[in-house]
Design a protein around this ligand. Structure first.
Ligand code: PMP
Length: 467
């Protein structure tokens, strides 16, 4: 028996039935998977697309609202929503119209337009930070904020929580191993030691936080207000406020990455919990699914950025007075803040990411969490449910985890994959790698009931297999 309370043998039997069923149900995806292997490395356009629970990738025909259809014409209710990229539903109508409008007006020019100003104005009002920058992805936004943090504080070390994910930023790819910072397992091509300038500590551990900051070399704490990438882990009451106070006390910056937690409130946890970060980061759904990220900063930071820039430019000047920097700050990509993304972000902020959208999403997640709890109780399983805003997750541990390590200890990958595959075979998709769900403005109460009922059926079938 495993910590999840389910025997591995039973999971294996259950999984093999589901694999066969998937193969029988998805002949066209199979054909495309075979064809894809001829031209795409690993048979997918990005290698992690092969990491789902399915025997081969499920190929998508189209997606709209809370649903998508695969190439074998099965319709799915989507609780993954592109892992938040489509948090407001697939192809929201205002974003689709914006895409069409901008499609003939130029896609990218390396120059700003009025849309950028409108976005800046909305973001300032919504998140309470006065100045904004636009990037191509949330990963980029985190990377650039980190550069600014090091430049401003002139301190080298980034502090993160063990089990975090902030995109493929090198500096965050570390774990805490009993008080020592080590590389995250699985990194490809890592040749230098990340622990030189990154430090990982457990979430919800005020003492570890203070110890790490006390060393005096920390430029910033980069964190999600609640962890969402190693299973969901909520902060203890007041922990985020302590993060703010302690970073301030020890001269480190407080960077809040709301790329996922923006599902909590239209102003994110930042506004809901009055976090007052120095920098705020968001990506994924900010332009309604069109690639885009943003970061905002306080007035104080904007002045510190100016001062850091002046100092750096000064250092880049030759004795004759001309600069050798030529705009090479180490930040920005060619397509950052392109005209298409800006127009779509404007439409998304003005018409899609609205109070009404959140008013629809939040109660559905509550309904889902309550349903998960009922199913867990019915089957007498030692599992728990964690909920935050429009997101909730069932975890294979009796008490909700308080740290990344606790959340990870509750992983039972084979069980998770088997349950996900059962759901996929019955037209429901949830976020891969753990058991997180997200409701969007097009999700219905009936969709939520369907997920609850299908999970119940999966567990009934699984628990009937002799372990
Ligand atoms: N921050 C957080 C909290 C995330 O969860 C992710 C992606 N899962 C990112 C940043 C990076 O987003 P992207 O992959 O779109 O750059």
């Amino acid at each position: 028996m495993t910590a999840s309370g389910i025997s591995s043998d039973a999971v294996e039997t259950f999984m093999s039935v589901e694999r066969s069923y998937f193969i029988e149900r998805n002949p066209k995806s199979r054909e495309l998977a075979e064809r894809a292997r001829q031209s795409l490395y690993g048979g997918v356009p990005m290698h992690w697309m092969a990491d789902w629970s399915t025997p081969y990738p499920l190929f998508v025909q189209s997606a709209s609202g809370a649903r998508f259809t695969d190439v074998d014409s099965h319709e799915y209710v989507d609780f993954c929503l592109g892992d938040t990229g489509s948090m407001f539903g697939h192809s929201p109508a205002p974003v689709a119209s914006a895409l069409a409008r901008q499609s003939t007006r130029g896609l990218t020019t390396m120059l700003p337009g009025e849309d950028a100003i409108v976005c800046g104005e909305i973001l300032s009002k919504r998140f309470g930070l006065p100045y904004w920058q636009v990037t191509a992805t949330a990963t980029d936004a985190n990377r650039y904020v980190l550069r600014w943090a090091r430049a401003i504080t002139q301190k080298p070390v980034l502090l993160v929580f063990d089990g975090c994910y902030h995109g493929t930023v090198d500096d965050v790819m570390v774990r805490d191993h009993g008080g020592e910072t080590v590389h995250r397992p699985g990194l490809v091509g890592q040749v230098y030691d990340l622990s030189q300038y990154s430090r990982a500590i457990p979430f919800n551990d005020e003492e570890a936080l203070e110890q790490a900051l006390k060393q005096g070399d920390v430029c910033a704490l980069l964190c999600e207000p609640a962890m969402t990438n190693i299973g969901m882990v909520l902060p203890d009451d007041g922990f985020m406020q302590r993060c703010r106070e302690l970073t301030r006390q020890y001269g480190a910056l407080f960077i809040v990455d709301e790329t996922h937690t923006i599902s909590t409130d239209i102003g994110g946890c930042t506004r809901l919990w009055s976090l007052q970060p120095d920098f705020f980061v968001m990506g994924k759904p900010v332009a309604g699914g069109v690639p885009c990220g943003v970061f905002g900063c306080s007035e104080e930071m904007s002045q510190a950025m100016q001062a850091a820039k002046a100092r750096i430019n000064q250092a880049a000047q030759s004795p004759e007075g001309d600069s050798h920097a030529h705009g090479h700050s180490g930040m920005g990509t060619t397509l950052s803040a392109n005209a298409l993304a800006m127009h779509c972000m404007r439409a998304n902020l003005e018409e899609v990411m609205t109070d009404a959208a959140y008013e629809h999403m939040l109660p559905l997640a509550k309904q889902l969490a309550a349903g998960f709890r009922q199913v867990i109780a019915k089957h007498d399983l030692p599992w728990s449910v964690t909920e935050l805003g429009a997101r909730c997750e069932f975890q294979f541990c009796a008490k909700p985890p308080r740290t990344g390590a606790e959340a990870e200890a509750a992983f039972h990958d084979e069980l998770q994959m088997a349950l996900h595959l059962y759901l996929i075979n019955r037209g429901i998709l949830i976020t891969p790698f753990h058991n997180m769900t997200l409701c969007c403005p097009a999700t219905t109460p009936a969709d939520v009931d369907r997920l609850i009922q299908t999970l119940d059926e999966a567990l009934t079938a699984l628990l009937a297999i002799p372990g």
